[in-house]
Design a protein around this ligand. Sequence first.
Ligand SMILES: C[S@@+](CC[C@H](N)C(=O)[O-])C[C@H]1O[C@@H](n2cnc3c(N)ncnc32)[C@H](O)[C@@H]1O
Length: 494
Amino acid sequence: MRELADGETMTPKVRGVEIHARSARIARARVRKAGGHATITGSDFFLLEPTASYSAVIGNPPYIRYQEFSGESRARSRAAALKAGVSLTGLASSWAAFTVHSALFLKKGGRLGLVLPAELLGVNYAAAVRKFLFERFKSVQLVLFTEQVFPEAEADVLLLLAEGFNEGPTDHATIYQAQDAEALASLSTPLRWAPLDPSAKWTGLLVDPDAIEPLRSLKQAGHFTHLETWGDTTLGMVTGNNSFFALSPARVTELGLPRKDLLRLSPPGSTHLRDLSLSAGMMRQLGRNGRATWLFRPAAEPSAAAKAYITAGHLAGVDQAYKCRVRTPWYRVPLLAPADLLLTCMNADTPRLSTNDAGAHHLNSVHGVYLKPSVNELGRDLLPLASLNSVTLLSAEMVGRSYGGGILKIEPREADVWAMPTPSLVQARASELGAIKECVAKLLRSGNLMEAVAMVDQTLLLDSGLVTKTDLRNVRTARTMMATRRASRSDRGR
Ligand SMILES: C[S@@+](CC[C@H](N)C(=O)[O-])C[C@H]1O[C@@H](n2cnc3c(N)ncnc32)[C@H](O)[C@@H]1O
């Protein structure tokens, strides 16, 4: 339902729109009970021509995903948004067009209050809506919840209060955090968030400005940079059928495949990348544990055993998988050179970099980082270690996206802007970092990530006098808050 409130009379007059007859009746009853006078029109909201005549528009629009939001209804909603100059992609969920269309009913200076999914902050298709809000309103306020407000609904929600329609632009948003709906009565001090580009995603905005300050000044002083300064991050290889192409040593023996038809492979998944490096010895151990450490990649002239396996694959229909069908021959996986570093892209704790000492190829369950020649040796030796500092961990939470199940996902484009110590800082601290390397590796092997990070923080940041203990505490608290927020969402089974 959309409720269009004209709150300037003694008895608030509320005009509403609701497509569903029963919900319209409930809405009428609720407004009456609250002391208002309701006129609810039963209609598709997008069939209403906006008149810029209301002082306030409030609503709780439907969140219909693009898969289900189709046909005429979607076409109408996109046309309505386009009237406000907002071009929504075919991937946009319904709330995006509702937000824009709602605003067009406001007179100059009007206010918009909506319950929206937290997707507003991060998804690409909402970029145009974020930009619209900053451009058209004088002020934008958001309330984010640390706990789920509507337990029966799938989505995390936030509250949007945009004021001063057609009196914008504004260069910042004011962000409040509340635990739940009850906490709305006593909101804490807000954060001021001023993005350079409002259409860029807003997810980093949850960070306390005091925590970002060390990152900003470390960057400005040339001690921190982005991962792309070190090298390129790219997606891994796609086989089309991992169970056919990725083989354990035992399976290789069973099939009688010779070495020339095989390439060393970092096994599918990334749980094995928890150390500073992936070594040949670890690969052997993974293979003994039944993990797929070989990629079936037949030589130009496949062996007899490889030919038999190809035939078996053909009979089983492996060649019909989309990725296999579109390449010639279907059984030759397009190769990427082994990367210098492997980067885990789906993480419960934090993205990890490991040096690829085994020279293994990798699949798309991890990203490959190809270091620039000028920093190759230094990066292979020390970047995975140096990256385990609190500033880099905080940055990962800001550039990555919180995925279902509490997972932090990082895409290559996001990894490009992930904060890392600069080559010159790592070089300057090389001997000190070298001295703690083995100890940090042991801590990682025993699952003590945060102790390992504390050790790197001490060596890289505190001993060198680059940050104070207070700075570091702020950074760590902010990182813990973001990681906990992400994890608490998974506890609720979403
Ligand atoms: C999240 S519910 C909110 C219900 C109620 N307004 C509330 O706040 O409790 C979204 C409502 O939007 C209605 N709706 C969905 N598509 C609509 C459309 N195109 N035009 C008008 N209402 C629509 C649904 O029937 C549903 O009642």
